[in-house]
Design a protein around this ligand. Structure first.
Ligand code: NAP
Length: 259
């Protein structure tokens, strides 16, 4: 067997369909691109159409299969409608990446019910509902990969973690519950845990050079994350080679969490 053939057995996503929420920006966009280049037909899902269109067009120009769906994951009806629309593009997904997220972190005493509800809806409830929508079908077909994107704040308090940290901690628990339910049927469920990655999500923090440098110094690698740093781990978790990895939280953070 050629090395190419061996690598394909481990990592190829040819013939698979992937849905990436938040796939129009930052980490999600890089993950969507990685899965598409590894062979999957990818649907990106978020709200803003121009970014979605641009992402899908860029991948299509590179010879990938890519489509997009605009939907709001902040409401239950929005999630249901978006899930149906996404499945209509290339068929029911074999790979679900829950990367859409919001980062509303007022100081604890100012954290009101609106911030709590929005955070839980997008960061936790949408991944749960999408799992309920697609997990059983994956199990029935005998192959599935659910990948959530959490945060170091699932593990420790950090700069007003507030509701955000709670949502991410619960999301890692959700991954374990899903893993318990569906791993016997070929569906693995894991989370990717970023450190600090300058993206539109944290525009305010990433525009402060001193804070950015201080965060880089806390890693072992010596720099902050890039969206592209998630490509390899995402392809691994989406592909056949990770069949025995489930219920895990995989830190892609340059060593931030162990320093
Ligand atoms: N960047 C970091 O340092 C970092 C650290 C730890 C964890 N994370 C996590 O990584 C994930 C991606 O973050 P990022 O930094 O790449 O952020 P980003 O560039 O701001 O991307 C967020 C994505 O989520 C989508 N989104 C937000 N609200 C939505 C809604 N109601 N319905 C549908 N889509 C929605 C956005 O698109 P629209 O606005 O068009 O809807 C966008 O595509 C998040 O879950 C975040 O919590 C990031």
């Amino acid at each position: 067997m050629t090395s190419q053939g061996y690598l394909s057995e481990l990592f190829s996503l040819d013939g698979r369909v992937a849905l990436v929420t938040g796939g129009s920006s930052g980490i999600g966009r890089a993950v969507a691109g990685a899965l598409a280049r590894a062979g999957a037909a990818v649907v990106v899902l978020a709200r803003k159409e121009p970014q979605l269109k641009e992402t899908a067009e860029e991948l299509t120009e590179q010879g990938c299969r890519a489509g997009w769906v605009s939907g709001d994951l902040g409401t239950r009806t929005g999630v249901r409608a978006a899930a149906d629309a996404a499945a209509a593009v290339f068929g029911e997904p074999d790979i679900l990446v829950n990367c859409a997220g919001v980062n509303l972190r007022p100081p604890m005493a100012e954290l009101d019910e609106r911030v709590w509800d929005t955070t839980m809806a997008v960061n936790l409830e949408a991944p749960f509902l999408l799992g309920q929508r697609f997990g059983p079908g994956m199990a029935e077909r005998g192959y599935g990969r659910i990948i959530h994107v959490t945060s170091q704040q699932a593990h420790r308090a950090f700069v007003h973690s507030g509701a955000y940290g709670v949502s991410k901690g619960a999301l890692e628990s959700l991954a374990r519950s899903q893993a318990e339910a569906w791993s016997p049927y070929g569906v693995t469920c894991n989370t990717l845990v970023p450190g600090f990655v300058p993206t539109p999500l944290n525009a305010r923090l990433s525009s402060d050079p001193e804070k950015v440098a201080a965060l880089a110094a806390r890693t072992l690698v010596g720099r902050n994350g890039l969206a592209g740093d998630f490509a390899g781990a995402a392809v691994f978790l989406a592909g056949p080679g990770s069949a025995y990895v489930t219920g895990q939280s995989i830190f892609v953070d340059g060593g931030f969490s162990v320093h």
